[in-house]
Design a protein around this ligand. Structure first.
Ligand code: HPA
Ligand code: MG
Length: 237
């Protein structure tokens, strides 16, 4: 991507909007701090990302690779916008879709071998465990394709770096990354995707398919979880 910053930065002191200015499901009212990014703004920003993507790819076919589960809302909304542009402009980008799940695991070498037999792919990383990438189709479908990875959030960037390594092994023609959010972390130069919606403060955000222990995916706006939410939805084993 061009070196000039092309994303919206939400500063650390930005607290968005009070919850009672928006419609929040009753079951989450006590668990959230504030609305960080309302659904309408998410939608408008995605419209622009779709335009940027279509201008870059011109008439080249694209395979959208959705990283489940958190990426599903961004993926469907982004593709809908690209499809709308395809219907209404001179340029059009033929679209295919594929879906993967990515999990970071710390596993013993025995377990690792078993999971590989299940069609999972690993890359060894001694500092942060292994990455399991499970495709619905065989990832060899991506060979020779222009792949656009669609993620909800890039936090440390470690997972994305490892995912790129895994996908490169399948020899796609090109790989680009679209992420709705990145976290701003102190110090290090965090990985920045080719297409980015918003850079957000280093707080735990939920909604618009981003979860905390599988909760909050059914919340339309991107919100900051509060202490009560963390306590309420932390799995007690
Ligand atoms: N919210 C949801 N999922 C995440 C986050 C977050 O803030 N960071 C990394 N994964
Ligand atoms: Mg994710």
């Amino acid at each position: 991507m061009a070196s000039s910053q092309k994303y919206i930065v939400l500063e650390d002191d930005y607290t968005g909007y009070p919850l009672d200015m928006f419609c929040i499901p009753k079951h989450y009212e006590d668990s959230l701090e504030h609305v960080l990014i309302p659904a309408g703004l998410i939608n408008d920003r995605i419209e622009r990302l779709a335009r940027d993507i279509i201008q870059d790819f011109r008439n080249e076919a694209l395979t959208g690779l959705c990283v489940l589960k958190g990426g599903y809302k961004f993926f469907t909304d982004l593709l809908d916008k690209i499809k709308a542009l395809n219907r209404n402009s001179e340029e059009s980008v033929p679209l295919a879709v594929d879906f993967i799940r990515v999990k970071s695991y710390t596993v013993s070498s025995n377990e690792k071998r078993e999971l590989e037999c299940n069609g999972a792919h690993f890359i060894k990383d001694t500092t942060s465990g292994d990455l399991q990438v499970t495709g619905i189709d065989n990832l060899d479908h991506l060979t020779g394709k222009n792949v656009l990875i669609v993620e909800d959030i890039i936090d440390t960037g470690k997972t994305m770096k490892k995912l790129l390594e895994v996908l490169q092994k399948h020899n796609p023609k090109s790989i680009k990354v679209a992420s709705l959010l990145t976290k701003r972390r102190p110090g290090d130069g965090v990985y920045k995707p080719d297409y980015l919606g918003f850079e957000v403060p280093n707080k735990f955000v939920v909604g618009y398919a981003l979860d905390y222990n599988e909760y909050f995916r059914d919340l339309s706006h991107i919100c900051v979880i509060n202490q009560r939410g963390i306590e309420k939805y932390t799995s007690k084993k």
